[in-house]
Design a protein around this ligand. Structure first.
Ligand SMILES: Nc1nc2c([nH]c(=O)n2[C@H]2C[C@H](O)[C@@H](COP(=O)(O)OP(=O)(O)OP(=O)(O)O)O2)c(=O)[nH]1
Ligand SMILES: [Mg+2]
Length: 132
């Protein structure tokens, strides 16, 4: 099982989703950006580093959101998802060719990687609960 960290980054009621660029695995699929922890690194450290490397922004971890275990191609992925706060820097994606800020209700219209789908559902539910 492969552990991967992913980030929920909000802006004005919208959530960031990113499309994997041509030339990397799962090109064209949408995800919450992130990546694999390195040796000796905690998931919280990993997600902050990955977002700096891949998106060019400095963030802090707000909260642990949850996990999702799903098959992705021929790998079993354990996706650990964190809510991050964007502190500074400008978005300069490295591994993605599109960034969208989406309303919760639009999220499932994106071609998300399998492990991200239950996370998106949970996110939508929590947003609805929060509004009512
Ligand atoms: N970053 C990210 N990866 C995901 C998500 N959902 C999901 O199945 N994956 C899969 C895609 C990849 O097969 C695997 C590792 O993600 P990655 O390619 O971003 O890893 P990484 O940033 O560490 O990149 P690298 O060192 O392998 O180049 O996790 C997600 O929401 N975010
Ligand atoms: Mg990555």
């Amino acid at each position: 099982m492969l552990t991967v960290t992913a980030a929920l980054i909000r802006k004005e009621g919208r959530i960031l989703v990113a499309r994997r660029r041509p030339g990397i695995s799962h090109a064209g699929r949408w995800e919450f950006p992130g990546g694999k922890p390195e040796q000796g690194e905690s998931p919280e450290e990993a997600i902050v580093r990955e977002i700096e490397e891949e998106m060019g922004i400095m963030t802090t971890v707000d909260a642990y959101f949850g996990e999702s275990i799903a098959h992705n191609g021929n790998t079993n992925i354990r996706l650990l998802v964190f809510e991050l706060t964007w502190e500074r820097g400008e978005l300069t994606p490295v591994d993605h060719d599109r960034i969208d800020w989406v309303r919760p209700e639009e999220l499932l219209g994106y071609d998300l990687l399998e492990p991200d789908v239950p996370i998106a559902r949970e996110f939508i539910e929590r947003e609805e609960a929060h509004r009512t």
